[in-house]
Design a protein around this ligand. Structure first.
Ligand code: 5GP
Ligand code: MN
Ligand code: MN
Length: 322
């Protein structure tokens, strides 16, 4: 990100009395954490802050409810219709703002903070660095340039984004800079053990049964050059245990460990009957390309899309693009 863009961002944020923040729909820890981190710091500086994501059925995923700063959140209906200054976090394309895309379209200034290579530059100012391990990395830099302190709560939100987007410091984004940032955040006294338990090591009992059902029907397809492992979870699977959709996030991490496959896919039926498709690659295939061709997007090794077709049809289209 060029220095003059940082300077413009600092100018816009410093002079605003009111700031409206938004992250992508189906928020993950980087999206929500980045947004809440900046929101808490700006509120402590005396600014009026609203934060949201554009889902009609507005609900923070259970895994992320431990993040501090949730009192900043408002439902999309209560969001400023045409904000003076709006900022987005971890959003590569305006579509991923959901119903808040309309608000972004009417914002006087729209500052886009993101690290997706596919970012379309839909802001009036774009702080976009595909080399950043997480959007949280860019937020830390913005806080520093604004002269805003990172206290334990702010650090907890930033660390959640950093640790999840680096895959617990396993992905290629695990650089010396990423570890140095982790060290700075840990120095505030945040509790990494508690955070790891909240993020990865707890779920309702029904999750085990639903995971079992997903693994029961998993397929290994070697007909594609790279090897493809895939499975799906239906609404009915979840209904049997009252398991909310957002509890399914970890299934892909079990499926993708398969040695024989470069590409892993989990199709998850949401409460409206649409299929949210999670895809992962070990590097042989750029899944963001495949998902983009199917109306979605993401990163080369982790991407997704939405499908309204039956599972077999969706998989046939997916295979054809590999
Ligand atoms: P996940 O499988 O964890 O839901 O998503 C993996 C990655 O793909 C994330 O970076 C996420 O932002 C991106 N992604 C997932 N679904 C979609 C989608 O429908 N559209 C776009 N543009 N990106 C998606
Ligand atoms: Mn994200
Ligand atoms: Mn991210």
């Amino acid at each position: 990100v060029p220095g003059r863009d940082w300077d413009r961002a600092v100018g816009l944020v410093s002079s605003a009395d009111e700031v409206a923040l938004a992250c992508h729909i189906s928020p993950d820890a980087d999206a929500l954490g980045s947004m809440l981190a900046l929101g808490m710091a700006l509120r402590a500086r005396g600014k009026r802050v609203t934060a949201s994501f554009g889902e009609r059925r507005f609900r923070v995923p259970r895994l992320l409810r431990f993040l501090p700063g949730q009192e900043l959140l408002v439902e999309p209906g209560a969001y400023p219709p045409s904000p003076e200054l709006m900022m987005t976090f971890d959003v590569p394309i305006a579509d991923r703002l959901g119903v808040l895309a309309a608000n972004a379209g009417k914002a006087r200034e729209l500052v886009v903070v993101d690290h997706h290579a596919s970012n379309t530059g839909f802001g009036t100012l774009n702080l976009v660095d595909p080399g950043a391990a997480a959007t949280a990395v860019l937020v830390e830099e913005l806080l520093d340039r604004l002269g805003l302190p990172v206290d334990r709560d702010v650090a907890t939100c930033l660390y959640a984004g950093l640790v999840t987007d680096t895959g617990s410091f396993r992905h290629s984004s695990t650089t010396p800079e990423a570890h140095a940032m982790a060290a700075r955040l840990l120095a505030t006294g945040l509790d990494p053990e508690e955070m790891a338990r909240e993020l990865w090591d707890r779920s309702p009992f029904g999750y085990l049964r639903v995971l079992g059902a997903a693994l029961d029907r998993v397929e290994l397809d070697r007909s594609t050059g790279q090897g493809l492992v895939w499975t799906f979870v239906t609404r009915a699977d979840r209904a049997a245990y009252g398991l909310p959709y957002d509890e399914l996030e970890g299934i892909i991490d079990v499926v993708r460990r398969t040695d024989e496959a470069d590409v892993a896919v989990v199709l998850k039926e949401d409460d409206d009957g649409a299929w949210q498709v999670s895809t992962r690659s070990k590097g042989g295939v750029d899944v963001s390309r495949v998902c983009a061709a199917l109306g979605g997007g993401g990163h080369a090794k982790a991407a997704g899309f939405t499908s309204h077709l039956p599972v077999e049809q969706t998989m046939a289209s997916f295979r054809a693009l590999l």
